[in-house]
Structures are given as structure tokens and as C-alpha cells.
Design a protein around this ligand. Structure first.
Ligand SMILES: Nc1nc2c(ncn2[C@@H]2O[C@H](COP(=O)(O)OP(=O)(O)OP(=O)(O)O)[C@@H](O)[C@H]2O)c(=O)[nH]1
Ligand SMILES: [Mg+2]
Length: 353
């Protein structure tokens, strides 16, 4: 999961360490023996070395002062030294489908964290860069406190959750997984098939219901999705069921029908939570769709499926920042147990560890 992203972050760390190393080598005091520079620099440039003596770097230290700092291990990383590695990283993030403003935020965060750290720290203690990366990432993905388990526990029952999103991203599978997830935590569940659009949708969800021994409420194909979910809520109220999981049809997100359908469900059922489902592998597209859905229908959170098949991590890094809504769950496979709560700290540890 997110292997390529992890590799890119590792490369950035190596790049910064190399820059720090090179800058220290360049500043090693060798004034007594100008010949010693010959192997490092073009002979014509070494002839100018004397003139550089009074040169002042942007941080205001003269060369002699910097040599002193170097000697005491207090030489600082400069913005110039970071420029190359940061540019490389930004490019790599963009290529990895991280949304543009998010890539910029990460790079800015890193610049802020790292400029002014001593080179000695950077060279010896990997932890400095690792921490900076962790902090920059956490800043973009840790959006809006949302503890799913606590929400379910706190709310009046039944808690009704609607799942929305485009075709084939994993809505139905996620409902099946969450049905087990909730039952394992002591809650009773009823599923409602609000996908009255696609042929075979009832049968698909019924198979899951049978496997999981969960009750399913469904209507004829072509029926009103809001009515199915309404029935499921009534069933839950009558039978002391804790949670209603409502599936919906995944037609194109641009379709007014889909938004109208969600609006009607909102009006008729008044769900407690609407979760937007999309696949991590869709990268930028997933981020864009989440934004459009949230603008049109106000989602509470995101489920990012197929994270097991995604090495880039672009959507995982970008969606929360772009929508302002947290990723609540990651889908990590096709089995019923392949779902995990999205914990920003754990994800960051995984990416930097
Ligand atoms: N590898 C992997 N596959 C997944 C995951 N979640 C869902 N899938 C697969 O994605 C495919 C589509 O899943 P569905 O749950 O039917 O998707 P949907 O959004 O309900 O699709 P529609 O109802 O047609 O809109 C199935 O083959 C699932 O097994 C996941 O986390 N990882
Ligand atoms: Mg479905």
C-alpha cells in the first residue's frame, strides 16, 4: 500500500542528507591550503576563492562565521540547499497524483520545518527529516476529528448511514465489510439496497447478507431508493436494530439524477451520516469527484477503497485537504475483513517508518 509514495519520501530524505553532506564538505576550512580545493572545483574558480572571503550568504553569516558554525557543528541547512530536493519531491508528488495545492502544502511545510535545522542534525539523526516529513503529511491528512466508533456509540439508534459514489468503486462491498465490522463491535445491522437501478444489485447484496447473516431490505428493480431506505429505518426501529447501512446506485457523478436521488433520501430519511466512497487507485479523479460530491451534497467523510492496489497514495494524501472531510476507512482487499479505520498518525508512521 502506497509503496511508491513511501519510496519518494525516502528519496527526499536521502537527497537532503546528501545536500547537507556536500554543503559541509564545501565549507570545511581549507584556507591555509588553496591547492586543496583543486580536486573539488574547477581551477579557474579556485583562483577566485580568496574574493569569496567576504561574501555573505542570505542568512547573513560571513564565510568565516559559517566556518566557525561548521566547526562547532552548528551550520544550518539553508533554503538554497533544500531547493533541489524540494523541487524533486514536488514533481514526484504531482506525478503520483497528489493534488497540486496539496503537493505545494507538503513542500512548504517541509521547507518551514527544515530550514534552520543544523546540518549535523540532518546528517546524523535521520529523525529530523523523518519528523519533518511526518509533520508536513499530518498537516494535510489530519482533517476534522472523526471517530467513527464513537459516533456510532453516541448517536441515537438506529444510526442511518448512506453510501454514495460512482460506478464500481466498492460501495456495496464496503457496506458488507462494515456490516461485519459493526456486528463484531456488538451492534445489530440492517442493510438497505437503495441501488434500485442496476440489474442484479439485489442479488449481489443478498449474497453478502446471506454470508454475513444480516437482514437485507430491498424493493423491486426500478423502485424508489428513498423508499427502500425508509423501510429499512422503520424495520430497524421496530426490531431494535442499531445501524442501517444504505446502498445507492453509482451512476455518473455529473448526473443530476444522482444528486436528486441523494437529496430525496436526505429529505425522506434524514440520514445520520453520508459517506462518499471512491477508489484510491483513481488518484486525482477520486479527489476531484469527492470535491464535486461534497460541494453538491455535503458528505461527512470518505471511504477510500482498493488501497491495497494503490502504490501512489495521491488520493489518500489529497482528499481530506481538498474536501475538508476526513477519510474514515480504507478498503484493503476483497474480503469482509479487509477494512481499516483511517488513522492519520498510523498512515504517517507507515509512510515514513
Ligand atoms: N482490491 C480491492 N478490491 C475491492 C475493494 N473494495 C471493492 N473491491 C472490488 O471492486 C469491485 C466493485 O465493487 P462493488 O462493491 O460492487 O462496487 P459498487 O460501487 O457497489 O459498484 P456499483 O454498484 O456498480 O456502482 C468488486 O470486484 C470488489 O470486490 C478493495 O478495498 N480492494
Ligand atoms: Mg453496488
Amino acid at each position: 500500500m502506497f509503496d511508491s509514495l513511501k519510496e519518494k519520501l525516502g528519496r527526499f530524505q536521502d537527497d537532503v542528507e546528501e545536500e547537507a553532506e556536500a554543503a559541509d564538505e564545501a565549507e570545511e576550512p581549507t584556507d591555509a591550503d588553496p591547492e586543496a580545493n583543486a580536486s573539488d572545483a574547477e581551477p579557474t574558480e579556485s583562483a577566485d576563492a580568496g574574493e569569496e572571503e567576504d561574501e555573505v550568504n542570505p542568512s547573513g553569516d560571513s564565510l568565516t562565521e559559517r566556518a566557525k558554525l561548521f566547526a562547532t557543528g552548528k551550520a544550518k541547512i539553508t533554503a538554497e540547499e533544500l531547493e533541489g530536493p524540494l523541487e524533486q519531491l514536488e514533481l514526484a508528488l504531482l506525478q503520483g497524483d497528489v493534488e497540486m495545492s496539496v503537493a505545494r502544502d507538503v513542500v512548504e511545510g517541509l521547507r518551514e520545518e527544515l530550514v534552520g535545522q543544523t546540518r549535523a542534525q540532518v546528517k546524523t539523526g535521520e529523525i529530523v527529516i523523518e519528523e519533518a516529513i511526518g509533520k508536513a503529511l499530518l498537516d494535510v491528512i489530519d482533517v476534522g476529528e472523526f471517530d467513527f466508533d464513537a459516533e456510532i456509540a453516541a448517536r441515537e439508534k438506529p444510526v442511518t448511514i448512506i453510501f454514495t459514489g460512482v460506478n464500481g468503486v466498492g460501495k456495496t462491498t464496503t457496506i458488507a465489510k462494515l456490516s461485519r465490522y459493526l456486528e463484531e463491535r456488538g451492534y445489530s445491522v440492517v442493510m438497505a439496497n437503495g441501488d434500485t437501478y442496476r440489474a442484479g444489485a439485489n442479488e449481489q447484496l443478498q449474497r453478502h447478507a446471506d454470508n454475513l447473516d444480516t437482514k437485507l431490505i430491498s424493493h423491486e428493480q426500478g423502485g424508489d431508493p428513498a423508499a427502500v431506505i425508509y423501510d429499512a429505518v422503520e424495520y430497524a426501529e421496530a426490531n431494535d436494530i442499531d445501524v442501517v447501512l444504505g446502498d445507492t446506485a453509482g451512476r455518473l457523478h455529473t448526473s443530476n439524477d444522482l444528486m436528486a436521488q441523494l437529496e430525496k433520501i436526505d429529505r425522506v430519511v434524514g440520514p445520520d451520516m453520508t459517506l462518499f466512497v471512491d477508489e484510491a487507485v483513481a488518484g486525482q479523479d477520486a479527489t476531484q469527484r469527492a470535491k464535486e460530491f461534497n460541494d453538491a451534497a455535503e458528505i461527512d467523510g470518505v471511504v477510500l477503497t482498493k488501497a491495497d492496489a494503490d502504490s501512489q497514495g495521491g488520493a489518500a494524501i489529497s482528499i481530506a485537504r481538498v474536501t475538508g472531510k476526513p477519510i474514515v476507512f480504507l478498503g484493503t482487499g476483497q474480503g469482509y475483513d479487509d477494512i481499516e479505520q483511517f488513522d492519520p498518525e498510523t498512515i504517517v508512521e507507515r509512510l515514513t517508518g
